[in-house]
Every structure is written in C-alpha cells, then in structure tokens.
Design a protein around this ligand. Sequence first.
Ligand code: FES
Length: 87
Amino acid sequence: MKHKLTVCCGTTCYLLAGNRIDRLEQLVKQKFDDTIEVVPSACLGQCMKHNRDSEQYPPPPFVKFDNEIISNATNDNVIKAIKNRLS
Ligand code: FES
C-alpha cells in the first residue's frame, strides 16, 4: 500500500516552513523509496485550531501522514514520525 504525505502549503505553514515541500520530497524518497506519495495541500485547518487555543492544539507547521496530523513539522520531525508510524 502506498502511503500519502500531505504537506500544508497554506499561508501560516508556508511562512514557517518556506519551500519545505521540495526538501521533504527528496528526503522521503531517499529514506522510503517510492512507498510514500508527497502531495501539497491548501490549509489543513490545524492552524486555526492552534490560534484559537494554543494550550490544547500543537503549533504549525503541519503535515498529514495518511490520516494522522503531524504538528511542528520540521523535516526531521516528519521523518521521525513516519519511521515510528511504519515500524
Ligand atoms: S496554513 Fe497550515 S494548517 Fe493552516
């Protein structure tokens, strides 16, 4: 089964992460071959939750791996989260 990594390219995440999607695509391909499809997305809606209640909801930037939201999604955090999920 091919997994899907959805990278938020909404304004908040984009400003925090720049053009991370290009680098993430490279890293994901290096680490996991072609088992993960990397796709861009408009705002995933998570930034609004964080803005309303930063105590309860974690900080941007966000990506989604299959159906799981990953917050504070630096490249390193995303790769670690995927490894954990797949192990
Ligand atoms: S801009 Fe990324 S979740 Fe809203």
